[in-house]
Design a protein around this ligand. Structure first.
Ligand code: BGC
Length: 717
């Protein structure tokens, strides 16, 4: 019966085409909504359901997701995670799909393009440390162009999970602990991938973004991956949802449902977050894809009795596309027959998937231009964007007695396991990045310090005593961060620790300096590193241009302008520790660690030193316009990050001790002053949400402060 119906539709389609009229959905000049409805009206149930499934193509190289490869890809499949590397291979699959499916609906090719496709930029946590969303936007543009040129239409990025536990390996993929900052990077990245408007999605070089992991994945208990999360409605609204809302407002076409269980209701079966909030309150009209096997996992999470039940729960909660586990294809037909899933919901889900495909211009241009690699990857302007971002991602954590910068005339020794490690510069989730593309620290520094001595083995200690400055490269390997890489110990390995102690002794005995350069994807416990080094440079995983970026900072060609976006604890015992906590009922000597360690972190949110010195004026307030003037009192030009914080000392829903509500990064030339303004919009900047997502602002007193500025200002609303 179904086949017969499809046959009749096919005949009708053929008839309309033979009269010289092609179907409306193929008419590029028709409005997208009309094209969607036209196509939907021609589809069989089987074709509709296949649009809601995603399989993989190519060799799956995600070590956490080894599963069976689809034996046969149905020509009607909605989407594929594309592990192919050439436009020719991708086109072959697309041709098979377009030519062998009855209606010729192009497939949507998705891939994890997280911080670059081939030109690898710094990891997102490092990008955030630049405090410059424009740099992230440029990085996302480069990533989109390279991905587009091999036929990737859709990236599973940005990850906008606010994260406050450095034990969690995935902190490297996000923008840190602060909701406001993550929101600004969320919208910038979405615009970078997709362009400034919905219309720009169909232009060459743009791809669809996917905000993930919706929602609260970063609240992972004890820093372990995939585990349940305990999130109150209040915290959901004030901490975890805003970066998603910002990304949706910037036009993000898709969202990925998370693995975590949100206080009893798993994110991938959560009707409140997926339907009420995303679709009804925020009017999102794109679609949600599950995370890998997340529908299937509803059984392990203790919600679904069997596969069919899992399908019904996820689908009815508003999850449109099923990533990999193939449950929608297997179980939706029967669920519809049984009346547990409605045809309206199926149509609405397919409508959303098709809408995104039309917006991307896939029907007009299903195939990718087959350009040679030399014209589409690692182009000079791409590397320049990666370098600009890498320079500004570096955070100078410590610089006693101006150990840095190091003059190019100095005798410099370079040592340590990361000094010449190309692989580790890439960081985790490095797309199609290759070690051979990387300029290592050694290569970068050699270009600036031609007589630099690079020493590998035991002679390292000796080198420290014979050189003016030793640069010791320590940290954690790239495979120590990312998915499923939680660690209960966030110190550098013991062997590195002992090397540090010996090198420090050798250098300091002769009055030489020791600079520690760190490569890592999470905040570390540096309590055992800090006392031994004169300077500490946090260089994260900086990507293909790591070497030149580091050399610029070490030599002083660039003053470090990165600032932390995640707190560095003194030890794991302090976790969770983040700057915007709520105030405690008892202060001073109460509520502290007894005879143990301070409650303050080693390096707090917003921390980062410069080679320049800045003098801040008091804040002046003129109505709702706040101003601060910053003078560069040194002889070096440097960028400074002006961080504006707000505090509401008395509120019906208590507020954090302070919250970042505005920031600006700007160059201040040596000896010159710049004025920075914060135009306060009361609801946006002073307001708050309640546990239903209602925003309001309280009349009363607010305290406005700027990091680095002695005095705060009081604002009465
Ligand atoms: C990760 C996602 C990723 C997906 C597809 C999952 O394991 O959690 O972040 O997008 O795999 O590779």
């Amino acid at each position: 019966m179904k086949k017969c119906f499809a046959y009749i539709i096919g005949l009708l389609l053929l008839a309309s085409c033979s009269e010289g009229k092609s179907p409306l959905y193929l008419d590029a000049s028709a409005p997208i909504e009309k094209r969607v409805e036209d196509l939907l009206s021609r589809m069989t149930l089987e074709e509709k359901i296949l649009q809601l499934n995603q399989y993989t193509v190519g060799r799956n190289d995600n070590i956490n997701n080894i599963g069976e490869l689809a034996e046969k890809i149905p020509a009607e499949i909605g989407s594929l995670i594309c592990f192919l590397e050439s436009p020719e291979d991708r086109n072959k699959i697309q041709r098979y799909i377009v030519e062998n499916s009855r209606l010729g609906i192009p497939c949507l090719f998705g891939f994890d393009v997280i911080h670059g496709f081939r030109t690898i930029c710094p990891i997102p946590l490092a990008q955030a440390a630049s405090w410059d969303p424009e740099l992230a936007l440029r990085g996302a543009q480069v990533a989109a162009r390279e991905a587009y040129d091999v036929g990737i239409d859709w990236t599973f990025s940005p990850m906008v999970d606010v994260a406050r536990d450095p034990r969690w390996g995935r902190v490297m993929e996000g923008y840190g602990e602060d909701t406001y900052l993550a929101s600004r990077f969320s919208e910038a990245t979405v615009r970078g991938y997709q362009g400034p408007s919905i219309e720009s999605l169909s232009e060459p070089g743009t791809i669809a973004a996917c905000l993930k992991h919706y929602v609260g994945y970063g609240a992972s208990e004890a820093g372990r991956d995939y585990v349940p999360t305990e999130i109150s409605s209040q915290t959901l609204w004030d901490t975890y949802l805003p970066p998603f809302e910002a990304g949706i407002k910037a036009g993000a076409q898709t969202v990925m449902s998370a693995f975590n269980n949100i206080s009893g209701t798993p994110a991938s079966a959560n009707r409140y977050t997926m339907t009420t909030v995303l679709k009804e309150m925020w009017n999102h009209d794109g679609f949600i894809v599950s995370d890998w096997d997340a529908v299937l996992q509803l059984k392990n999470q203790g919600m679904a009795a069997d596969d069919k039940d899992a399908t019904a729960l996820a689908f009815n909660a508003g999850l449109e596309m099923d990533m990999v586990d193939d449950l929608y294809r297997k179980h939706l037909p029967e669920l519809i027959k049984e009346g547990r899933v409605s045809m309206e919901q199926v149509d609405e889900s397919v409508r959303r998937v098709l809408r995104v495909k039309f917006r991307l211009g896939l029907f007009e241009k299903p195939y990718t231009d087959e350009k040679p690699a030399s014209e589409r990857i690692l182009l000079p302007e791409y590397k320049q964007a990666a370098l600009d971002m890498a320079r500004e991602s570096i955070v100078l954590l410590k610089n006693d007695d101006n150990a840095l910068p190091v003059s190019t005339a100095s005798r410099v020794a370079l040592i340590g396991p990361f000094a010449d490690s190309a692989e580790d510069m890439l960081g985790n989730w490095a797309g199609r990045g290759r070690a051979e593309d990387v300029v290592t620290y050694l290569d970068g520094l050699r270009a600036v310090y031609p007589s630099l001595t690079y020493v590998q083995d035991i002679k390292a200690v000796q080198a420290a005593s014979t050189h003016d400055v030793t640069i010791l490269c320590l940290g954690q390997k790239r495979s120590w961060s990312g998915e499923n890489t939680s660690r209960s110990d966030i110190r550098i390995p013991d062997i590195q620790q002992s090397l540090l102690r010996e090198v420090s002794k050798a250098a300091h005995q002769r009055g030489h300096k020791l600079v520690v350069v760190l490569t890592n994807g999470r905040p570390l416990d540096l309590s055992d590193v800090e006392p031994y080094a004169d300077a500490i440079v946090e260089a994260w995983h900086l990507g293909v241009m790591a070497g030149p970026a580091l050399a610029d900072v070490i030599s002083g060609a660039e003053s470090p302008s990165g600032r932390l976006t995640m707190t560095f604890p003194r030890s794991v015992g302090q976790i969770p520790i983040y700057y915007n906590r709520r105030s405690s009922g008892r202060r001073g000597t109460q509520g502290i660690y007894k005879d143990d360690m301070p409650i303050t972190p080693l390096y707090e949110f917003g921390h980062g030193l410069s080679y320049a010195t800045f003098e801040y004026s008091d804040i002046t307030l003129d109505g709702l316009t706040a101003t601060v003037t910053v003078k560069n009192t040194s002889s070096v030009d440097a960028k400074e990050v002006i961080q504006w914080y707000v505090q509401d000392p008395a509120s019906v829903i208590t507020r954090p001790v302070k919250e970042l509500r505005h920031f600006e990064k700007r160059m201040i030339k040596a000896g010159e002053s710049e004025t920075f303004t914060f135009e306060i919009d009361p609801l946006r900047d002073l307001g708050f949400v309640d546990s239903f997502g209602h925003k309001y602002v309280d009349p009363g007193e607010y305290v406005l402060s700027v990091r680095g500025c002695e005095k705060s200002a009081r604002l009465i609303l």
